[in-house]
Write a new protein. Sequence first.
Lengths: 224, 443
Amino acid sequence: MRVLVIEDEKKIASFVRNGLREEGFTVEVCHRGDEALERLTHEPYDLAVLDIMLPGRDGLSVLKLLRERRIGLPVLILSARGETSERIEGLDLGADDYLAKPFSIEELTARLRALLRRRSGENLSLYKVDDLTLNLVTREVRRQDRAIELTPREFSLLETLMRAPGRVFTRTQLCERVWEYQFDPGTNLVDVYIQRLRRKIDDGAERKLLQTRRGVGYYLQPEA
Amino acid sequence: MVTATVVAASLLLFGIGTALNLYYEQVEALDVQLSEEAGHFLVEIAQAPDPAQWLQQSEAREILALLPHVWVYVQDPQGAIILRSADAPVIAPSLFSPRPGFRNIAVEGRRARIGTFSERGLQVTLVAPLEEVEEIVADLMLAYLFALPLAVVAAAVGSWWITHRALAPIAAITATAGEITAQKLDRRLPESDSRDEIAQLTRILNEMFDRLQRAFQSAQRFSADASHELRTPLTIMRGRLEEALRRPGVLPDEEAMLVDLLDENIRLSAIVDSLLLLARADSAQLELHLAEADLTAIAEEVLEDAEILASTRGIALERALPPTLPLRVDAGRLRQVLLNLLDNATKYTEPGGRIRLELRSAGSGCVCTIVNTGPAIPEAKADRIFDRFFRGNEARADDERGSGLGLSICRELIHAHGGRLELAENRDGHIAFQFELPPDRKI
């Protein structure tokens, strides 16, 4: 998968490139808006990660011209402004997704994969880890054939963990992701929800899936 | 209405004054006339060798006949009438005055003016009816009464028209100024070329709007710039930390340190978000995404989290919610406010205490109260709890750290909804935070 990362801040471009390469993407980087428009118009890319504030031509205008030229590759917008109006404007101009800075590279790769799966018509709505499945559309969660009832918060927590199996999430990260408004992660809210979730998905199962990395956080992976 | 009443009252007073004045002027003129007419007669009496005899002559009667509208009576020193006009009625002796001067009397039921003169011991009395004078005054009053309502209506309409014309430019200024909001700061009042007060006011207001727009734009630029400048290094730090954590062969204590740094990075990002939110609130650019939502459902969702926070501390959580409470709000922001207030209440309630969330509709808006049983907030602190970065209790021993921005953000978010968040009650065992949300807001 060939991705063009358009980001003028070289350090951000660098860790995004490294992170995406680790995930198996072929990554090229470009620092200017006008140059990005040229390359995206003339070369075949599968994905673009587009910053908004760029020299040469700003990201939104690059996006607008791309869509006018009928170039329909999936575009994910990155922005440090984080204002909702900008997000709406970006999506209106034809962006496929939007991510506010600072972001986690895991979140970025998960979203890019979702964009590719949507493009290839793959079933985007189903996550699977071992014999645990989570359906985003029907909101059904199953362990083997056993249906599991989850509250909206528990569902959102499990969804976050299932999007990146094996990756450790800290309490703060989970708090940020599940309780969008980032309230004090010092509370034991996350631990309580993890305990509940563990009871619901792992109790009575042969292999435990929800793991604790002591002092770090939680992750989802079949027991070794 | 007031104008019409005032005009009517003053016109009425003016009318009465005019009528009285006219009446007295007419009477005075009559007195002058009576004196003149008496004068001819008196001269004759004064010059006659024997007045009593002269009075008996036909010359005296001829003179009397020349005074058709006046009745003349002449009395001798004993009061006996020795001469009177041919058509003069007999009048009661008591009506005759012993002293010279003028009076009003009634003769045969008609009001009359009586003038008394004396010459050589003889008393000459002239009586003229007042009918004519009264008629003139009555005619005037009648004309006046007919004219009065017309005058009042004319005055009311006229004053309304003049006021309206004078205030129309001010009404236009008010309407346009009302349209100049944070979203439409480039609008200006239409300026005219005239040099009157209104034009001056318009120019001054427009200059003020210019300054306001510049201030707003620089505040807006500041939050955009600050946002970019703060978030870029945070993004780099986070990216690098995550990279380091993913590296194979990270030692456990390295990992613990990196996780700590990552958590701090996320906290710092949250604080930056909060500060930018407050900066936007200060420049009235806080964006809300209003949609019809059920506040009861939002509260129940938040209570799910609050239950956990409360139960781990042995605090009972009570609720009083209506079955449903639809209102146009920013559901995400309202959830943030409720969770923040409940989280706060949990921190400041002693184990075994109680927290109660009450929601009720009020008018077409709602009132939400969160009561907890903690100790009263000291007065000095109670005034400052909504201040930015203010912490209620520095001495807390556990590892909980808020940014100290929670309550000030809650207040701004409620304010952006057109409501007000306040510490409604503060006594030992009963701390109540309350906010009301008005009905549908127009933006």
